[in-house]
Design a protein around this ligand. Structure first.
Ligand code: 13P
Ligand code: SF4
Length: 326
């Protein structure tokens, strides 16, 4: 990823009302703010659109404004830039990476593909543009099942980089995809013992889990799905209590949509840390968002040759999703 500057750390006048200033700059510059559900609540509240990874890509593609501020992590900014090459795509803090995307380096993934000739390559959206450029079709946790099932049953498939999502899709589709051995440091650390303990305390609570969690967590969950799917489930459920095994930022929107329901963050194995918060997602702050709009930096740039290759599997995902009504 090419960036002009990692982030603009210019001092911000503490007397400013940052919310009002961000709204003013957004209007003045004709910019649109997109935020992922894992962002700090105050950033989600300022966004024009919030969503999961699929929704953010779908929205980015339709935006007419010249500037997109992507409050999320690097691969989300890259995806928006690849889909909208003529727009200025900004990220408040370009240090916002992703441990899952980092667990799959393009040169090693290319070697893996060469070692397994004749396979269709399906990559999770949590990957670098370079990995997407090696891919036949991109998926998100919203559409992974349907996209895998759109291939014939005997199709030989490589799936990367998340081994937990890959295992989950293999288990529900009966496929035997070859999996890259990657994982997300946030979703890997939920404690099954502590969730079981919580279930004793809240016997009526339903367990909601993202498919990036380990299979022991996914197997005990009442609902497995993307952030948007978990949110929809909570909104439409007649139940009132939920144990949430994904990044705890999603609880902000869950609580806004369901003020009378209780959302309990699933505890991590190490009870002393806030490990159910993604340290990358949380790098974006109101101050950095303000500076980002003010200076129009840092800007996401993707190498033209890579972008030309990476756009094809992303577009293919969006086309299949549109056909499936996702
Ligand atoms: P969603 O596609 O469910 O928003 O997930 C994104 C992500 O980074 C999960 O860790
Ligand atoms: Fe990446 Fe995990 Fe953070 Fe999602 S929660 S952005 S997969 S590190």
């Amino acid at each position: 990823m090419n960036v002009d500057k990692v982030y603009i750390d210019a001092p911000v006048d503490s007397s400013l009302n940052l919310q009002e200033e961000i709204k003013r700059l957004k209007k003045e510059k004709n910019a649109v703010i997109l935020a992922h559900y894992y962002q700090k609540g105050e950033i989600q509240d300022l966004a024009d659109y919030i969503g999961d990874s699929l929704a953010l890509a779908q929205i980015a593609q339709k935006i007419e404004a010249p500037i997109i501020v992507l409050c999320g992590v690097g691969f989300m900014g890259e995806t928006a830039k690849i889909l909208c090459p003529d727009k200025k795509v900004l990220i408040p803090d370009m240090n916002a990476g992703c441990s899952l995307a980092d667990s799959c380096q393009a040169d090693e993934f290319e070697k893996f593909i060469k070692e397994n000739p004749g396979h269709t390559v399906i990559s999770y959206v949590n990957t670098s543009a370079e990995v997407k450029a090696l891919t036949d079709v991109v998926v998100t946790s919203t559409n992974a099942r349907q996209i895998v099932e759109s291939f014939p049953e005997d199709e030989k498939i490589i799936f990367g980089p998340d081994r937990n999502l890959g295992n989950y899709i293999n288990s529900i589709t009966g496929r035997n995809m070859k999996l890259w051995n990657g994982a997300c440091h946030v979703h890997e650390q939920f404690s099954v013992e502590k969730i079981i303990e919580l279930k004793k305390q809240y016997p009526e609570a339903k367990v909601l889990a993202h498919p990036e969690c380990k299979d022991v967590i996914v197997r005990l969950a009442d609902k497995v799905g993307s952030t948007a799917a978990l949110l929809n489930y909570a909104v439409n459920s007649k139940f009132k209590e939920f144990i949430v095994a994904t990044e705890s930022g999603i609880i902000h929107e869950m609580t806004k949509k369901c003020p009378n329901k209780k959302f309990i963050p699933a505890p991590p194995e190490d009870g002393t840390c806030a490990c159910n918060e993604c340290n990358f997602m949380r790098l974006n702050t109101l101050e950095k968002l303000y500076n980002c709009l003010k200076y129009e930096l840092p800007e996401v740039n993707v190498d033209k040759n890579i972008a030309e290759k990476a756009v094809k599997p992303i577009q293919r995902m969006l086309e299949i999703s549109a056909k499936l009504g996702l």
